[in-house]
Design a protein around this ligand. Structure first.
Ligand code: 16G
Length: 241
């Protein structure tokens, strides 16, 4: 097998170069890749190397083949580590995506029975209800609905939630850190309103991530219900004994 200057298989390097063109948007979703023969000539590598590189791109979900028509660029999926404690902002930046937030709702409410139970506070305790649309590279990716206990997170009232990372504010300005998460993932269908926000059809497949975040003292600091667009999200888990 041909190897690159770094000692890795050459097809991996070719694959990574092609993946960069896809992830940067230079090769947008839906365009057809040049044929194996054309890529072989363009890249100056063997046909086997091109074939292996394309197969690796396909395995990563970056391209798909249509029998008799060719290989096309797929809509890229945003990868999230399913057991990460980090924020949406950090998770996107870490993978080279540009995050942004649009505030759909911010209110101070009395905790309902369900929210009180989740946050482990008294019924009627003052909590913040924050609903934001998060985009990655301008793509509407997730509607985040979060509840935070007001007595712990009062700073949230004073910041522009469209411009900051909530986890950053909680940690840097209040010393509150998410140290443990209990979370569930569940497939659901988009309601009409959710579909409109996420720019998809009603009934579109979404991934609901319900999440409880605990601080260092074991207190629940966030109860979140996040709705990810199913067509462009992928949750990764690294499991070790
Ligand atoms: C993540 C969290 C969400 C939290 C947000 C804060 C998951 C599934 N959800 O999206 O609960 O509110 O990060 O993001 O991980 P921010 O610090 O960028 O505002």
């Amino acid at each position: 097998m041909a190897v690159s200057e770094t000692g890795r298989p050459l097809y991996i390097q070719v694959k990574e170069n092609l993946a960069k063109l896809i992830i940067s948007g230079e090769w947008p979703p839906g365009i057809r890749l040049a044929s194996e023969r054309e890529l072989t000539d363009q890249l100056g590598v063997s046909r086997v190397t091109v074939r292996n590189a394309i197969q690796a791109l396909e395995e990563d979900g970056l391209v798909y083949r249509v029998h008799g028509k060719g290989t096309f660029v797929a809509k890229p999926k945003m990868e999230m580590n399913a057991h990460d404690l980090i924020s949406f902002t950090s998770s996107m930046l870490r993978r080279g995506n540009q995050p942004s937030a649009q505030v759909l709702e911010f209110s101070r409410i009395s905790a309902s029975r369900k929210v009180a139970k989740a946050l482990e506070v008294e019924l009627g305790h003052q909590v913040y209800r924050v609903r934001r649309l998060r985009r990655a590279n301008n793509l509407p990716l997730v509607i985040e609905l979060s509840f935070f206990p007001r007595d712990l997170c009062s700073r949230l009232e004073e910041v522009d939630l469209a411009a900051v990372s909530i986890y950053h504010v909680l940690y840097e300005e209040m010393g509150i850190q998410c140290r443990k998460v209990h979370q569930s993932l569940e497939a659901v269908a988009a309601t009409e309103e959710e579909a409109q926000i996420l720019e998809v059809e009603t009934g579109f497949p979404l991934m609901l991530v319900e999440r409880l975040c605990y601080n260092t003292d074991g207190r629940v600091i966030e109860f979140a219900k996040d709705l990810y667009r199913g067509d462009c999200s992928r949750f990764i888990s690294d499991l070790e004994p």
